[in-house]
Design a binder for this molecule. Structure first.
Ligand code: MN3
Length: 201
């Protein structure tokens, strides 16, 4: 099988109390695993087997719905796990902090706008911070779409994303998506986001 599920870059309980152990176990071990398995099934025996996940995702408009949804699911979750870290949170620094202030006025204003994008995404989807034409923007996508996709409303290179599917927060936060989103900032790995920002520019 061409695609495999990488282990989490930290233990399942590492993001407690902000993201609970059981959610991490099910989210990574069941949901992400299912995207990988269903992606492999959907591409079996096709020339997609030789493509990278980025290649599949970028051409979302011309691949099957199963490959788009499960390929997006695989890419998005890998990106999400790597965006988080224990003993993280706080504020970004350096060029990324400057760019956030330039684009949104302040770090607090940025967080507010990003949280709004996650809160107002009806149903399941993601909110993103992305680089577009060298500048930072916020967007949201439905289902397992992302800003790399040729079908995205706002296209660019994502540097931070948050999963707002209920499976990402329901066990701990139930219907309180806003509480999940405010806790999320405690586990954002700004070193990783800054690294992506530099690469995207
Ligand atoms: Mn998810």
């Amino acid at each position: 099988m061409p695609f495999t599920l990488a282990p989490l870059p930290y233990s399942h309980d590492a993001l407690e109390p902000h993201i609970d152990t059981l959610t991490m176990q099910i989210h990574h071990g069941k949901h992400h695993q299912a995207y990988v398995d269903n992606l492999n099934k959907a591409i079996a025996g096709t020339d997609h087997e030789n493509k990278t996940i980025e290649d599949l995702v970028k051409h979302a408009g011309s691949i099957s719905v199963a490959v788009r949804n499960n390929g997006g699911g695989h890419w998005n979750h890998t990106f999400f796990w790597e965006s988080l870290s224990p003993n993280a949170g706080g504020t970004p620094s350096g060029h990324l902090a400057d760019a956030i202030n330039a684009a949104f006025g302040s770090f607090d204003a940025f967080k507010e706008k990003f949280n709004q994008a996650g809160l107002t995404r009806f149903g399941s989807g993601w909110a993103w911070l992305l680089v577009k034409d060298g500048k930072l923007e916020i967007s949201s996508t439905p289902n397992q779409d992302n800003p790399l996709m040729d079908v995205a409303e706002v296209k660019g290179t994502p540097i931070l994303g948050v999963d707002v599917w209920e499976h990402a927060y329901y066990l701990k936060y139930q219907n309180r998506r806003a509480d999940y989103l405010s806790s999320f900032w405690n586990v954002v790995n700004w070193n990783k986001i800054a690294e992506r920002f530099t690469a995207a520019k």
